[in-house]
Design a protein around this ligand. Structure first.
Ligand SMILES: [Zn+2]
Length: 269
């Protein structure tokens, strides 16, 4: 406590959202910003604006076939607006891992308490292209995904998805532009998926027969959800890989895998 007080005197900690100095008891946000945090409560709603955009894009990708696959759930902790935009920016651009992990754990415990996300058995961060990851030194989505997986008590596969195309920054693109910008930008490596399944089978948690299909509910993680085009593009890539990996009799199992998405923040629509 005394060290915290001295540290605060040397380098005052400030509220991420409004910039006010934080008291020794306050973490990342001041009391009034905590009170006003625009929580979405999407984790309580099967259908919500985020899930609707995500599923409508998935539907557009899949056409008729979509009727046979489970609905993808979607949730984020708070709305991406006002000063609250600084929370994810602090992790993304200013290496504020303490804040990033803090809010990621909050997202994780929230999801662990949700009827829609309790059964998630694999967490997958949406990747950056290696050049951007190299520039930044880390993928902010992976930082969040590890915390969420720990809260849900399931593995996190950071190698399942790979961004193969260096896409332009999405910031200034509209919905159409975003969708075509990320279409086909991801490659899937199911090796980790199968290996994890095998390990679970050995531990008596699965039959190991369905190879790589031990996972029933896969959760994509990103920092901010805007139009959902990136998540939908990942969904499409994973589905395609599962279809290829499990021809014939097992293809129905692959189809039954649910692919959901969760982010720290969601742009209001
Ligand atoms: Zn504040």
């Amino acid at each position: 406590m005394i060290w915290k007080v001295i540290a605060d005197l040397l380098m005052p900690r400030t509220c991420l959202a409004c910039g006010a100095e934080l008291g020794p008891e306050e973490e990342h946000l001041c009391e009034s910003c905590w009170k006003d945090l625009p929580r979405t409560r999407y984790w309580k709603l099967r259908e919500n604006p985020m899930a609707e955009s995500f599923n409508s894009l998935v539907q557009r990708n899949m056409g008729e076939d979509v009727r046979y696959q489970p609905y993808g759930y979607a949730a984020s902790l708070y709305l991406y607006k006002g000063g609250y935009r600084e929370i994810s920016k602090a992790l993304k651009y200013r290496r504020n891992f303490a804040a990033g992990r803090y809010f990621a754990r909050m997202l994780g415990t929230t999801l662990a308490g949700s009827q829609y996300f309790q059964d998630v058995d694999l967490v997958v961060p949406i990747p950056l292209h290696w050049t951007r990851r190299w520039q930044r030194g880390y993928n902010q989505a992976a930082v969040i995904a590890r915390e969420v997986a720990a809260c849900l008590g399931c593995p996190c596969d950071t190698r399942l998805l790979k961004r193969t195309r260096h896409t332009r920054t999405q910031t200034h693109l509209n919905a159409e532009g975003r969708a075509s910008n990320v279409a086909g930008a991801f490659q899937v490596n199911l090796r980790g998926w199968s290996k994890l399944s095998g390990k679970m089978a050995k531990n008596g948690e699965g039959d190991g027969v369905s190879e790589g299909l031990r996972f029933r509910h896969c959760l994509l993680i990103d920092d901010v959800f805007t139009t959902g085009s990136t998540a939908a593009s990942c969904e499409r890539a994973i589905r395609a890989a599962l279809r290829t990996a499990t021809p014939g009799r097992n293809s129905n199992n692959a189809r039954r895998v649910r692919i959901s998405v969760a982010t720290l923040a969601c742009v209001e629509r």
